[in-house]
Design a protein around this ligand. Structure first.
Ligand code: KIV
Length: 285
């Protein structure tokens, strides 16, 4: 697998080759994503929910996201590593945004960062981070960090007015220098129009099949998240029940003294054992 760079991604995009992005949050998932040959690995702030157990992405900290990003970096060499900037780590000022993005590159080993929304603030922050030399991926449509303001985790762009807002945001993020965009939970027909409008690759999640690539949250595609999941989720495995069965089998073996078996045990030469027993006998005296 050749290394993904902004140039190789742009070339695939120009050739009409779909881009594959998946989230990862630790070393083994990064190794698996790389071995599977994905183009981009996102250390999404969805990790707040699926691996850290937060109720939403809002409360995850930069420190927590940096731990996840570093673990993924250790497992990854060929896919592009994009790290999500957590809520509250980039909105206050351009300086704050650049400082946080630099931490993800220097301390986390990220190749690029992603930020949410295409309003005036996020566009300015994207421009500032790009000007500091860090590639930025934009994210429009459903932006979970501000889901409360959007009326919940629901599809966006379902009215002409709201779809036009998303179009303006996508174009503004492109003009700010983003190398790619995520479209989340918008009607397929709206995404199709927008993909034709912007020149940078668009990665979709719940945005239909016309986007230039797709992304799924790893725990959704592996079947490791409880609950129904969003309409766009496709489960490619049911690992949560497999993991649970494996732990239950282990627990049953321990309780029935079936584990460990002789092949799991270390041995000692009979002579050494005899001497050891003699020493124990002396201790008992
Ligand atoms: O945090 C995340 O996993 C994301 C993807 C859904 C794009 O932002």
């Amino acid at each position: 697998m050749t290394e993904s760079t902004l140039a190789t991604l742009a070339a695939k995009h120009a050739a009409g080759e779909p881009l594959v992005m998946v989230t990862a949050y630790d070393f083994p998932s990064a190794r698996a994503a790389q071995a599977a040959g994905v183009d981009i690995v996102l250390v999404g702030d969805s990790g707040a929910e699926v691996v850290l157990g937060h109720p939403s992405t809002v409360s995850v900290s930069v420190t927590e996201m940096l731990v996840l990003t570093r673990a993924v970096r250790r497992g990854l060499s060929t896919p592009l590593l994009v790290a999500d900037l957590p809520f509250g780590s980039y909105e206050a000022s351009d300086e704050q945004a650049v400082r946080t993005a630099v931490r993800f590159v220097k301390q986390g080993g990220a190749d690029a960062v992603k930020l949410e929304r295409g309003n005036e603030t996020s566009v300015a922050r994207a421009r500032a981070i790009v000007a500091a030399g860090i590639p930025v991926m934009g994210h429009v449509g459903l932006t979970p960090q501000t889901a409360t303001a959007l009326g919940g985790n629901r599809a966006q762009g379902r009215s002409a007015q709201d779809a036009a807002r998303i179009a303006r945001e996508a174009l503004a993020l492109e003009a700010a220098g983003c190398f790619s965009l995520v479209f989340e939970a918008i009607p397929a027909a709206v995404a199709e129009e927008l993909v034709a409008l912007v020149r940078i690759p668009v990665i979709g999640i719940g945005a239909g099949s016309a986007t230039d690539g797709q992304v799924l949250v790893l725990h959704d595609l592996l079947g490791m998240r409880e609950g129904q999941g969003a309409r766009f989720v496709e489960r490619y495995a049911n690992l949560q029940s497999e993991v649970q069965s494996a732990i239950a089998a282990y627990a049953a073996d321990v309780r029935a003294r079936r584990y460990p078996r002789p092949e799991h045990c270390y041995t000692i030469e009979p002579e050494q054992l005899a001497q050891f027993r003699a020493k124990l006998a002396e201790l008992e005296l």
